[in-house]
Design a protein around this ligand. Structure first.
Ligand SMILES: *Cc1c(COP(=O)(O)O)cnc(C)c1O
Length: 397
């Protein structure tokens, strides 16, 4: 059967019907253990009763009005986000890319408002992913995503982690506006930036009046076991993009900024029709309250510790299959020797375990933040069986 959908996705041969917690039910009745969680979006699992109720209640009250009116839910969620972060100001979006877009604009506008309009250069880092808008692909610079889409936007370059001389030189330039990075890379293969590097970047940027943008679209909102991934490093950015888990599966994102960094974002300079509508805010508030519970974050750290230890054990037993186990909290990357896409297929079809792909031949595991110890043990069993299957395939092939 031919499809009328643009052929941009490499979809798994699995048609979904419904979900409950960490389980996903296919239209053919197969039940899967879901460690993709909509790419870390369904942070509380599927059909969480509190989120379902929030959608139902708000659906009967008011869905959308656009941002020409005051939306109390936005004030409420922004209050909570700012109380729990470095930020003083929030702009709500519908997606991660749009949150990144707002972050990039906020950074350039800050320097413009500060009488330094020549500061426009934005530096991203190798292996980053910031979304698919023109701004996002130019900031990340992944050649696969920019090629064929016309000229690269001016004012965007990339740096390589570890190349300290180049990083220092870039930050010291008089035309530099900001650097943008993910404290823990998601799509890039669960690569965690060393905490000492994040603190070093903070010092350098402060010295030269350059802003730091963090993209915590994937690693933020409790995923690493703290609300924000950068908290582990004991420092903070000036601007931060968040999204994925913010709505627990409902599309909503946000750009957070300090008062200083938001200086240029005045009436009329930016906007969104759908961003922060009452329906999104109702779910966002419910998800926020659940995720920020101390027991949720505690659970992430506990389950992450267990999975990390068990996966290290599997790595010892299957050195021919597993090359490295990395990541932070429940953003786990397993670098494989066999092809990661093939491995994902074996996990799914042979063991009904869903894992996500990632750069550097990784598979990523992003279970919900309220994952139980029992389900975690189940994941390890299924992963082990997949490693055995992979070993057999590799011997045969
Ligand atoms: C998913 C993701 C984005 C893009 O979010 P969309 O909602 O797909 O636009 C941006 N940055 C990071 C780190 C992401 O993981």
């Amino acid at each position: 059967m031919s499809s009328h959908l643009m052929g941009v996705y490499n979809r798994a041969p699995l048609a979904v019907d419904h979900g409950k917690g960490p389980r996903l039910y296919a239209t053919d009745g197969t039940v899967y253990l879901d460690c993709v969680s909509g790419i870390s979006t369904n942070a509380l699992g599927h059909a969480h009763p509190r989120l379902v109720q929030a959608v139902k209640d708000q659906a009967e009250k008011l869905w959308h009005v656009s941002n020409i009116f005051q939306i109390p839910g936005q004030e409420e969620l922004a209050d909570r986000l700012c109380a729990d972060s470095f930020a003083d100001a929030v702009f709500f979006t519908n997606s991660g890319s749009e949150a990144v877009e707002c972050a990039l604009k906020t950074a350039r506008k800050y320097h413009h408002a500060n009488g330094q309009p020549e500061r426009i250069e934005i530096y991203g880092f190798d292996g980053s992913f910031h979304g698919r808008t023109y701004g996002a692909i130019n900031a990340a610079g992944n050649p696969n995503y920019v090629e064929g889409f016309g000229p690269r936007l001016p004012g965007y370059s990339q740096l390589t982690f570890g190349d300290h001389d180049a990083i220092k030189a870039a930050i010291a330039r008089p035309d530099t506006a900001a650097i943008i990075l993910e404290p823990v890379q998601g799509e890039g293969g669960a690569r965690s930036v060393p905490e000492v590097c994040l603190r070093g970047l903070r010092e350098l940027c402060d010295e030269h009046g350059v802003l730091i943008i963090f993209d915590e679209v994937q690693c933020g909102m409790g995923r690493t076991g703290k609300l924000w991934a950068h908290e582990w490093a004991g420092m903070a950015p000036d601007i931060m993009a968040i999204a994925k888990a913010l709505g627990g599966g409902f599309p909503v994102g946000a750009c957070l900024a300090s008062d200083k960094a938001a200086k240029g974002m005045t009436v009329g300079v930016h906007g969104s029709t759908f961003g922060g509508n009452p329906l999104a805010m109702a779910v966002g508030l419910a998800a926020y309250d659940e995720i920020t519970k101390p027991e949720t974050l505690e659970n992430v750290r506990e389950i992450a510790g267990y999975l990390k230890q068990q996966l290290a054990g599997l790595q010892e037993r299957f050195p021919d299959v597993i090359e490295d186990v990395r990541g932070k909290g429940l953003l786990i990357g397993v670098k494989l020797k066999p092809n990661n896409r093939e491995f994902m297929g074996w996990a799914r079809d042979e063991n009904q375990l869903l894992v996500a792909g990632g750069g550097d031949n990784c598979v990523r595991m992003l279970p919900p933040l309220n994952f139980t110890r029992e389900d975690a043990a189940d994941v390890i069993e299924r992963f082990e069986r997949t490693c055995e299957f992979a070993r057999g395939k590799m011997k045969a092939g």
